[in-house]
Ligand binder design. Structure first.
Ligand SMILES: [Zn+2]
Length: 393
């Protein structure tokens, strides 16, 4: 059994919202090319996805909405359901391309559930904003919600979803908001300042699901150290209390300081540290089972390919040293596409190639990040038998 499954097919590049739309699949192509050029994918058999049948989509979406997506390219105007907007334009074969994205995350989940792999990664997935009855935030079908629902029907009843995209993972949270079998955790830029305007610390779930939605809204300009401080102050404790059977992570990289759509200030080194931390948490708390998907990320050349190459490498236990130079055949390919691109030289944003510094919560610093940490811990920790004021929890 190969320990890790990598899901990929160039057919996934068909999820294309338009030439001028920020969600450009070239980022996926450049990531696979970079990972290949660095040898990360050497001898790794790629798992080729298939589009899901509509009954799988009904796990997360209304039949009426799925039908609207199918009809939209022919309908021409006023299709409703969030479709045909600047964020979610209608495109040719939208249903087919979106169903393939869902299939790509689902096949990763299947590999893990069937014991073929302990980990699976699908950089084309992570469409976390799609809602039950509408498209939202560049997302047509919610592959994360479909895969989690499928896992619930195939032997899993404690699933932890951790969302590190700069935007709140609202669609996944909404899908399981009253379900104590699914713990959703999202760290994101504060909803006052960014789409989709949700993800307050007071959003903790409803009914039996109370305490099983966890939100950490971070102030704009939060850097690696602050982001990681917040993560460590909240996530390991709730995972330890929840004891998941599998960790599902949405690994959007629009939290980078150069991302054009948002205002957090992480680096590629912060992203790499996050992935290695998630891997450790899956090993510690989820029996090693880890399903990682992509998500947002709109600095198509300088950020996404490097960060997600680190993600692929981390899932495969083939960690790439930060000081590694970008291979010449990759930079030449990029310059042929974008002659004016300023291409970074190495797999790090740090002159020294070092690890981001992290100071642990509980030292009394009490800055804006610490206020967010405190609010979140107060909102959910008592519901898990944890002490919001004790830094050991
Ligand atoms: Zn995002």
């Amino acid at each position: 059994m190969s320990r890790s499954a990598v899901v990929w097919d160039p057919a996934l590049l068909a999820y294309k919202l338009g030439d001028d739309h920020p969600f450009n699949p070239v980022r996926l192509d450049l990531t696979i090319r970079l990972a290949t050029a660095l040898g990360v994918l050497d001898d790794v058999p790629l798992v080729v996805p298939e589009p899901v049948e509509v009954d799988q989509l009904y796990r997360a979406h209304a039949a009426e909405y799925v039908e609207a997506v199918r009809q939209a390219p022919m309908a021409g105007w006023d299709v409703g359901h969030g479709l045909g907007t600047p964020d979610n334009p209608v495109f040719t074969d939208m249903h087919e391309a979106s169903s393939l994205v869902v299939g790509s995350t689902l096949v990763g989940a299947r590999c893990i559930a069937e014991g073929k792999a302990a980990r699976a990664v699908n950089i084309a997935g992570g469409l976390h904003h799609a809602m039950h009855g509408r498209a939202s935030g560049f997302c047509v079908y919610n592959d994360c919600a479909v895969a989690i629902s499928w896992l619930l029907d195939h032997g899993f009843d404690r699933i932890a979803y951790v969302d590190t995209d700069v935007h709140h993972g609202d669609g996944v949270q909404a899908a399981f908001y009253g379900d104590p079998r699914v713990l959703t955790v999202s760290l994101h830029q504060h909803p006052f300042t960014l789409f989709p305007g949700t993800g307050y610390s007071a959003e903790i779930g409803v009914a039996d699901g109370e305490g099983y939605a966890v939100n950490v809204p971070l102030p704009p300009a939060t850097q690696d150290a602050g982001w990681l401080r917040a993560f460590h102050a909240v996530v390991p404790s709730v995972l330890e209390a929840f004891r998941p059977q599998i960790l599902v992570t949405q690994c959007g990289v629009d939290s980078h300081e150069e991302d054009p759509l948002a205002d957090l200030s992480l680096t590629v080194d912060g992203h790499r540290t996050i992935y290695r931390t998630l891997r450790g948490l899956a090993d510690t708390y989820a029996d090693g089972r880890w399903l990682a998907v992509g998500g947002g990320g709109y600095q198509l050349i300088r950020v996404v390919p490097r960060s997600w190459t680190h993600l692929l490498a981390t899932v495969l236990d083939r960690d790439v040293a930060p000081t590694t130079a970008l291979p010449r055949n990759w930079t030449e390919h990029v310059l042929a596409l974008a002659p004016k691109a300023e291409i970074p030289a190495r797999m790090t944003d740090d002159a020294e190639g070092g690890e981001p510094e992290v100071s642990r919560w509980g030292d009394g610093m009490d800055d804006a990040v610490d206020i967010a940490i405190r609010d979140t811990r107060r909102a959910v920790f008592p519901l898990h038998g944890l002490d919001p004021h004790d830094p050991r929890d």
